[in-house]
Design a protein around this ligand. Structure first.
Ligand SMILES: [Zn+2]
Ligand SMILES: [Zn+2]
Length: 383
């Protein structure tokens, strides 16, 4: 047993005291895990737009003060009563989309949206409705059931998965959100078939992973769409056959008209990775009549609604959504990590990491993230 097991650990964490304020590096107290919980020493975490979105105060579920972060990897420090699946030292990836294998959703085999801890993690508390973090005498909320912006965190035993300890955590942390979300949307949710035509709107981390998913399914044409021309070389590196900047189209042609023209009537599969509801509509309407499928991945701002003419659906286009790429974290991430360590993965995981930061300068990491050049910034939690 680790020397810290059963004791409160004091460590550094980036605390979000209130919305729209910079994160503050603080000493926090992290209580031991209770029944069914695991305490994890977080080594690396990716910065994701969802963290920034919540910090901005626009997330209706955002609760403050809290410790954000949901793309984390690390080692198990200790386990609570009744936890048999994990032991001290296990190399783990945190799962904001939990998998309990017991709830109605898990047992259905139809979805990855486990509901075992969803209600409480959405409120920023553990399943017993209490918190494990304290700072300056005040209780601090959890975030998405993970809170990876702390050197130690406590999560439900359903919110993490053990993977090959040989895999570097500074890379595998990315499988906890963006990369898996995009790749899974292409290969699970849409289940792209060989020879298909594909268009991806929005070329960030998630969009690039959709491109890789489409490439792995041997799509015949993969069109990347982004308003930033600098994304063209990125898109091509991850499998795009074409790149279109919709702000630079000739004359009065719309992006939908352009895509329909290029693909003899529309695409077999389209993906929205922008979160912009106008773009979501374009992605649907660029689908081929009779069979085109459009998948929404981007998270729209609170209160936004999508719209189209019902005729678009009556004539055979399908509109669907995807969360965490339809991937079941516990069941599927270990094999994705093995493929990475064996060198057989279709995902160029290393290539997504364009920037590095430390916990102390996590704010600089966020600033980089907002620049177009950043695909993923990985934070070293030890410094
Ligand atoms: Zn994310
Ligand atoms: Zn479940």
């Amino acid at each position: 047993m680790s020397s810290t097991a059963g004791k409160t650990i004091t460590c550094k964490a980036a605390v979000a005291w209130e919305a729209s304020k910079p994160l503050s590096i603080e000493d926090v107290e992290v209580e031991p895990p209770r029944a069914g919980e695991v305490r994890v020493k977080v080594t690396y975490t990716g910065l994701c737009h969802t963290d920034y979105y919540t910090l901005s105060g626009n997330d209706p579920e955002g609760a403050f003060p809290s410790i954000l972060g949901h793309e984390g990897a690390g080692f198990v420090e200790s386990v609570g009563e009744g936890v048999t699946e994990f032991k001290e030292g296990d190399s783990v990836i945190l799962l904001y989309t939990a998998e309990c294998k017991q709830c109605k959703f898990c047992k259905s085999g139809k979805t990855n949206l486990c509901q075992s801890v969803r209600a409480t993690s959405g409120q920023g508390v553990m399943p017993d409705k209490t918190v494990r973090f304290k700072c300056k005498g005040q209780e601090i909320k959890h975030f998405m059931g993970t809170s990876s912006f702390s050197q130690y965190t406590v999560v439900s035993q359903y919110s993490l998965v053990a993977v090959d300890p040989k895999a570097p955590q500074e890379k595998t942390c990315l499988l906890g959100c963006g990369v898996t979300t995009g790749f899974g949307a292409a290969t699970h949710t849409a289940n792209i078939s060989q020879g298909s035509t594909v268009a991806v709107f929005g070329i960030g981390c998630v969009g690039l992973a959709v491109l890789e998913g489409a490439k792995s399914r041997k799509a015949s044409r993969i069109i990347a769409i982004d308003t930033n021309d600098k994304k063209q070389s990125w898109a091509e590196r991850f499998g795009a056959t074409d790149f279109i900047n919709p702000t630079k189209l000739d004359g009065k042609q719309t992006i939908v008209e352009k895509l329909v023209e290029l693909t003899d009537g529309g695409l077999d599969y389209t993906f929205d990775c922008t979160g912009n509801t106008d773009v979501m509509r374009q992605a649907l309407e660029a689908c081929h009549k009779g069979w085109g499928v459009s998948t929404i991945i981007g998270v729209a701002a609170a209160g936004k609604e999508i719209s189209t003419r019902p005729f678009q659906l009556v004539t055979g286009r399908k509109w669907q959504g995807s969360a965490f790429g339809g991937v079941k974290g516990k069941s599927e991430l270990p094999a994705m990590v093995d493929a990475y360590t064996n060198g057989t993965s279709p995902i160029q995981l290393d290539a997504y990491v364009t920037h590095h930061a430390t916990l102390t300068d996590i704010e600089t990491g966020f600033a980089k993230m907002k620049e177009g050049e950043c695909i993923r910034c990985v934070v070293d939690m030890s410094k």
